[in-house]
Design a protein around this ligand. Structure first.
Ligand SMILES: Cc1ncc(COP(=O)(O)O)c(C=O)c1O
Length: 452
């Protein structure tokens, strides 16, 4: 992938930057240089670990490996100390926005400080940091580097997808009735403007099996279906769709597969090369704990020649050799924010993704077990691990409106939650991540008992 155009115009400054004495003028320049070198050597970046050291009390030392046991609460307490959690809030809404760990907020601050000190000159150095973030995101999600482009969020990537696939009037896209508005809306706009057709299939919540989901999709295909579009993890019920099976079915029939992955990275395993989809858009600021306003878009290498999103980036849009560079970014953008993506992903990997998935699963199993004991409560998600995500648990209460119930829980005890109200269900959504505790779940259950 080529450098951005402003970088190309800054060649004399690039040469200046290779002069070590120029780099040594400010502390923050040194920090970024160290960050790049450490990243190039394949270790956690200096911006992450320097920042951690700045915050660390004796009991807040960075963790350099997974816990011996997933229920080692002392280990998870030390992890929790790396976050800016407020004592009077129980945060159970990671599905809307994850909480940045301290090293990430520090890296964003460092980046803007660096820009304030160096202006356009420092912008070039930050470009390298952003590129490192893009490559780290590709590795994290099991993609090749030339298949990944950074975006502002899932919504932006989903719009690129809905507008970037070639379709003729009358061609059809098949999606579920459970899509997030960010996934659904750009397709309906395209339908209205350009005459494609949006078809929907209803998947029961929860479905009986993975095969049932694939069968329902297959039965809803028509000879005009050109694209299937669905979530890896659904927003409200937190269902885990059989992505690999759905993409294989589509590929066999010559249909494009596009996935809304907003709720997946950082919470459930994602390996894009194995998954087999053509397109995948996600936010990273939910479960992957990157700064708010960050996401990425995957376009499978073999599909890139067919992908022409309406809005190009700064790069040479008509040079297909440039891979995805033509997709973004647009003009001057928030480089310190994007540079900190790698800080967050390295933070997760310093704990270990297997440990994080297991911890999330343990917490949601515990929560589901307690909810099922409460009278009038029914789960909107499945207890089957093959069909449910590790982080999202949703429930409905007979005779209760989920917005009202959520409001009471928040007002009474500072419990932050979400809800999902649709034609097919009315659910309170609890999304627990590895820094939540069994004690916080107990508090939620106690309150529900009081209220109900
Ligand atoms: C399934 C799904 N898709 C897309 C989005 C949009 O995400 P963002 O607002 O980060 O673009 C969300 C947000 O909750 C989501 O749950």
């Amino acid at each position: 992938m080529n450098r951005d155009t402003d970088r190309a115009n800054e060649a004399p400054l690039d040469r200046m930057e290779s002069d070590e004495t120029a780099r040594d003028e400010t502390g923050s320049r040194r920090r970024f240089l160290k960050g790049s070198l450490a990243a190039a050597a394949g270790v956690a970046t200096a911006s992450m670990w320097d920042a951690t050291a700045a915050f660390a009390q004796e009991d807040e030392k960075p963790l350099s490996g997974p816990p011996g046991r997933i229920d080692d609460e002392a280990y998870w307490e030390r992890v929790r100390a790396q976050f800016h959690l407020k004592p009077d809030t129980i945060y159970l809404n990671n599905g809307t926005l994850g909480l940045c760990p301290k090293p990430v907020t520090q890296a964003v601050y460092d980046g803007y400080l660096y820009l304030a000190e160096t202006g356009s000159e420092g912008r070039s150095q930050l470009w390298d940091e952003v590129e490192e973030s893009r490559k780290t995101a590709a590795r994290f999600l099991g993609a090749n580097e030339n298949e990944m482009v950074l975006t502002r969020n899932a919504t932006q990537g989903l719009r690129f997808i809905a507008n970037g696939i070639r379709m003729e009037p009358g061609d059809e896209v098949l999606m579920t009735t459970d899509e997030h508005i960010a996934g659904f809306q750009p397709w309906t706009r395209r339908a209205r403007r350009y005459g494609i057709q949006v078809n929907q299939v209803q998947i029961p919540s929860p479905p009986g099996s993975k095969q049932e989901v694939v069968d329902l999709f297959e039965q809803a295909l028509t000879p005009r279906t050109k694209v299937i579009f669905f979530c890896q993890v659904t927003r409200g019920p937190g269902l885990l769709y059989p992505v690999r099976e759905l993409c294989a079915m589509a590929r066999e029939k010559g249909i494009v597969s596009a996935v809304d992955g907003a709720q997946a990275p950082g919470m459930t395993p994602v390996n894009l090369n194995e998954m087999g989809c053509d397109l995948f858009a996600t936010s990273l600021h939910k479960w992957a704990l990157t700064p708010s306003g960050t996401g990425c878009l995957y376009v499978r290498e073999g599909f890139q020649d067919n992908f022409w999103p309406g809005s190009g980036g700064n790069g040479p849009w008509d040079d297909r050799e440039q891979g995805l560079w033509h997709v973004g970014p647009h003009g001057t953008y928030e480089r310190p924010v994007r540079a900190a993506i790698k800080t967050a992903l390295n933070f997760l990997e310093s704990i270990g993704m297997d440990a994080i998935f297991a911890r999330d699963r343990m917490l949601s199993d515990y929560l589901k077990g307690q909810l099922m004991e409460l009278p009038g409560v029914s789960l909107g998600t499945s207890t089957d691990h093959a069909l449910s995500s590790p982080g999202i648990t949703s429930f409905g209460v007979e005779g209760w409106d989920s917005t009202l119930l959520r409001g009471i829980l928040q007002g009474k005890a500072g419990i932050v939650l979400s809800r999902d109200q649709r034609r097919t269900h009315d659910l309170v959504r609890v999304s627990t991540h590895f820094y939540n505790t069994p004690g916080e779940i107990d508090r939620l259950i106690e309150l529900l008992k009081e209220i109900l």
